[in-house]
Design a protein around this ligand. Sequence first.
Ligand SMILES: Nc1nc2c(ncn2[C@@H]2O[C@H](COP(=O)(O)OP(=O)(O)O)[C@@H](O)[C@H]2O)c(=O)[nH]1
Ligand SMILES: [Mg+2]
Length: 316
Amino acid sequence: MLPIVEGILKGDKRSISRAISIIDNDEPDSRGIIQEIFNKTGGGRTIGFTGAGGAGKSTLIGKLAHEFQKMGHKVAVLAVDPSSPITGGAILGDRVRMITSMDNGIYMRSMASRGAEGGVSDSLRNVIRILDAAGYDTILVESVGAGQLEIEISRVVNITVVLFTPNTGDGIQAIKAGLTEIGDFYVVNKSDLEGSSFMYSILLELIAQGSKKQVLKCSAKTGTGIKELAMLIHQSLNQEKYLQKERVMVESELQDMILNIMKEKSMEIMLQSRQYSEYIKMILKKEIDPYSAAAKFSDSLLLCEEGVGNKKWLKK
Ligand SMILES: Nc1nc2c(ncn2[C@@H]2O[C@H](COP(=O)(O)OP(=O)(O)O)[C@@H](O)[C@H]2O)c(=O)[nH]1
Ligand SMILES: [Mg+2]
């Protein structure tokens, strides 16, 4: 067993942090670590938080982490921000804001995920596995970057919470960004401010009708509604509906991995193949069109003896 893996399994924070950096930077040890911890994972549940910058995600996560801890959960918080370096100012600010409202024992970390080939989803999935193997059963993920990131994160967590604020414009923005589809819980934060009831009713109309999704109001600042939200999430964590997401996640992960390997192998074979350079010459001489050449070449690639698509296992 790798020494770092021993550390992770014991819950040693230095080992956990180092391992997360290895994954985040896509260092060569990543694979070995994940392979060794893999069968020790499965107990962790993940909750992703998305919403516009300033909506109160960090503040809310801070409060919820504290509530979950009181309920007996072992809590970790991850802030995902591909747009800024790990030590960037914005995230540091977030960390301070969250830590001051938290007890010790909550692990907190930000990640940038700029190195990983498959982007955020790949490294986030594996960072979650590290925390899971280290014994964290409740992992809260803040989506700090905007846009596509929120959708990506929602695909690798069990439950997605989408935050809104009473400020007008939010609702319309959210619909545009596709946020009304990715959430399991919709929360109007800053309920201490004017306009929150109006926002709440807009959301109810937009989202809750015809779906089983829940819309709630709370104030991360005053604490109103936080206990209720924490309880609701707590009760949902082991519901079949959210656990089933695991299967979808594994499936898409496996597909991505297989396709990546196939792509690499095909490229290798292609560049070494005589047939390939023949096709190029033929195309240049107008003896064949690119569509037909590509179709013919890939057919032969899928059937060749030593190639990606060795006939024997294709037929199985
Ligand atoms: N009035 C009010 N302000 C809040 C509430 N929650 C967060 N804030 C403030 O909104 C600002 C942005 O909060 P932050 O948690 O950093 O938002 P994030 O960018 O979504 O992580 C901060 O100044 C918070 O103090 C709330 O419930 N009510
Ligand atoms: Mg934040």
